[in-house]
Design a protein around this ligand. Structure first.
Ligand SMILES: NC(=O)C1=CN([C@@H]2O[C@H](COP(=O)(O)OP(=O)(O)OC[C@H]3O[C@@H](n4cnc5c(N)ncnc54)[C@H](O)[C@@H]3O)[C@@H](O)[C@H]2O)C=CC1
Ligand SMILES: O=C(O)C(=O)COP(=O)(O)O
Length: 615
């Protein structure tokens, strides 16, 4: 293995560890969640990152069920309709105030009298809500998957736990996707409206058949895979694109994983099931609609924001897209005169994906259990912003915890589209005896770094191993003895992704894995190895990796392009294998360069490949 020392050009390293330490603010005592494996049993205390709440306002008072009587009962505000079974569970433990359709002002005035708040997607839980709660609100329960309506940062700053219910509505969402697929293909909604208007238009509403047609499922997670399974039953040929899904899970359902371009350009129907993330935001736009088969039909039960709605209107008007069926919108509810709502070739439903009796009962029970557990001081396995690290361990491991998450985050972004991740190996180099170094937190953080950027799942110390297993990720750990001081917990952490292709060939190690390595220097996590190239950049902001022919002037050329864009370089380092042959340049940047700047970097003749990575 060739790993040579980096030649370093250090510009402005900045400390950012405190800001990156996982969530929450005050002390919390955790108890084993019912029927879930737990490795938490200790009192946790995390550093305060905001003055609210004070220690005296302990955010998880130990309320035992027996003590929860009469006026000692906590109060739960249920702001959107919740299934009866969930309400019954809540009432056993708390006073329950069901107040629906509150205005933002009414919500703010009520919330200061409540210990918990339960919402679906229709209530915006903003910073103002947390401020108005004046420290009393201890938990927000989202009775569903997406938590885009909850200001997580504000919740964390105010010491408020957020929990969700990620599994109980999966089938309902998949069934709604299939309902939209079939009704769109047969013009059910349009024909129904026409008959109700007194017409009988048999020729106008001739549909298209599903059998033998190709359906592309984009996002092969919980909902997407259930849609695929059902579409197979309808005799459709199903392909899927999900850069992070294991190919064997797809194969087991009889679905081929393909690239994004292949999925959208070869299919007759496209069904969207990815989370809304910075990468998927408006991923369907003029350019991607332009690559689709003329007359394609699109179903969206994921999130409105994955589609550029104006571009979809254009694609419908010029016939690129024959029909669309939409359950979700960028802004909900959309304006009544919204062009997509009014479009004759679009079927719309008002975010009904999770709205079945069964799913709402399931979601209500799931969220009620999580909220009651949280009020009792337990940590729910579905906690979204839960503290992950015991204080005593955190004080020592804090920068390594950040390092582990960032290495996971970097590694997953180096995976080529279409190649699912199955094996993850984490290698710790340490002078400590294995019994003296508890790596569960680090493993959980690597898992968090790998999974969170690509899914709607939130990973914490409780659910990390479970979540990895659910997603078919096999995580192994290896320790290498380092002849150094045992005072320092770790010398380095390496994350290997095995049996995957990389979009950046330079990230592949001699053993064929995607490999990134980091170290903590002066308390700050650094990236120190990519593939077989030693580099040295602090892990903050964003990183551009370039593989190039090793020749003079490269740093200047790339630096100039970034300077023209006003992109500040925080750190730069060049690692070589053999002088004048190959080198990797790692450039830390504060801002995200635009596409044009990245293209200019890629166009420099000596640059063989490059990749932009968000931390
Ligand atoms: N309309 C409704 O009422 C409902 C909507 N949803 C939404 O459906 C979506 C999926 O939910 P789940 O299946 O539970 O989440 P999930 O996390 O199980 O699945 C999401 C999948 O998308 C994949 N993915 C991430 N980035 C991608 C990309 N760039 N291209 C293709 N695939 C990508 C992930 O690898 C993952 O496998 C979420 O946005 C959720 O909010 C969920 C339930 C009800
Ligand atoms: O669970 C989700 O992500 C959903 O989109 C369902 O939203 P809802 O609970 O029906 O408002």
């Amino acid at each position: 293995m060739a790993t040579l020392a980096p030649s370093k050009l250090s510009l402005s390293p900045r400390a950012s560890v405190a800001a990156l330490v996982p969530n929450s603010t005050t002390s919390i005592s955790l108890r084993r969640p019912r029927s879930r494996p737990s490795f938490l049993g200790t009192a946790l205390r995390l550093p305060e990152i905001s003055p609210i709440p004070r220690k005296s306002e302990s955010w998880h008072p130990q309320i035992s069920a027996s003590a929860a009587v009469a006026d000692a009962k906590p109060t739960v505000l249920v702001a959107e309709k919740l299934g009866e079974a969930g309400l019954a569970l809540l009432r056993e433990f708390a006073n329950v105030d069901c107040s629906y359709n509150l205005s933002p002002e009414e919500l703010c005035s009520k919330v200061s009298l409540c210990d918990a708040l339960i919402v679906r997607s229709g209530t915006k839980v903003t910073r103002e809500v947390f401020e108005a709660a004046r420290g009393r609100l201890k938990v927000v329960g989202r009775a569903g998957v997406g938590i885009d309506n909850v200001d997580l940062q504000a919740a964390t700053e105010h010491g408020c736990l957020v929990v969700n219910a990620p599994t109980a509505n999966t089938i309902a969402a998949a069934e709604h996707g299939i309902a939209l697929l079939a009704s769109m293909a047969r013009n059910v909604a349009q024909a129904d409206a026409s008959m109700k208007a007194g017409k009988w238009q048999r020729n106008k509403y001739v549909g298209v058949s599903l059998v033998g047609k190709t359906l592309a499922v984009l996002g092969f997670g919980k909902v997407g895979s259930e849609v695929a399974r059902r579409a197979k039953g309808l005799g459709m040929h199903v392909i899927a694109h999900d850069p992070y899904a294991p190919a064997d899970r797809a194969r087991a359902i009889g679905v081929e994983l393909v690239s994004f371009d292949e999925a959208i350009s070869t299919s007759d129907f496209i069904s969207l099931h990815m989370p809304l993330t910075p990468t998927t935001s408006k991923i369907f736009n003029d350019e991607t609609f332009g690559k689709m088969k003329k007359g394609v039909r699109i179903i969206n039960v994921a999130r409105g924001g994955v589609i550029d709605e104006d571009a979809l209107v254009r694609a419908l008007d010029d016939g690129t897209v024959a029909q669309a069926a939409l359950d979700v919108f960028t802004k909900e509810p959309p304006a009544t005169d919204h062009k997509l709502v009014q479009h004759p070739n679009v079927t719309v439903t008002p975010h009904l994906g999770a709205s079945t009796m069964e799913a709402q009962e399931g979601v209500a029970i799931e969220i009620a259990e999580a909220v009651v557990g949280a009020l009792k001081g337990e940590l729910a396995a579905t906690a979204v912003n839960a503290p992950m690290v015991p204080a005593e361990v955190l004080s020592e491991l804090a920068p390594y915890v950040v390092l582990a998450e960032k290495l996971g985050r970097l590694a997953v972004q180096l995976v080529a589209g279409g190649s699912g991740i199955k094996g993850v190996k984490v290698v710790y180099t340490s002078a400590r005896d294995p019994d003296d170094l508890d790596t569960r937190i680090l493993r959980a953080m690597v898992t968090k770094g790998i999974i969170e950027p690509i899914s709607s799942v939130f990973v914490n110390l409780v659910n990390a191993d479970y979540t990895a297993k659910q997603r078919g990720l096999r995580i192994s750990e290896e320790r290498i003895f380092h002849d150094g001081s045992p005072e320092i917990p770790l010398d380095s952490i390496q994350v290997h992704l095995t049996n995957v292709e990389s979009k950046f060939a330079g990230a592949i190690s001699d053993s064929g894995d995607i490999r990134v390595e980091g170290r903590v220097k002066d308390g700050i996590p650094h990236l120190t190895l990519v593939g077989s190239f030693a580099v040295d950049v602090s892990l903050e902001g964003n990183i551009i990796l370039c593989r190039q022919v090793d020749q003079p002037g490269m740093i200047g050329r790339v630096g100039n392009i970034l300077a023209e864009q006003n992109v500040n370089i925080s750190f730069m380092s060049v690692g070589r294998t053999i002088p004048k042959k190959q080198a990797i340049m790692a450039i830390g940047v504060d801002e995200e360069p635009d596409k044009e700047a990245l293209k200019k970097i890629g166009d420099i003749p000596a640059i063989e490949e490059f990749v932009f990575l968000k931390l």
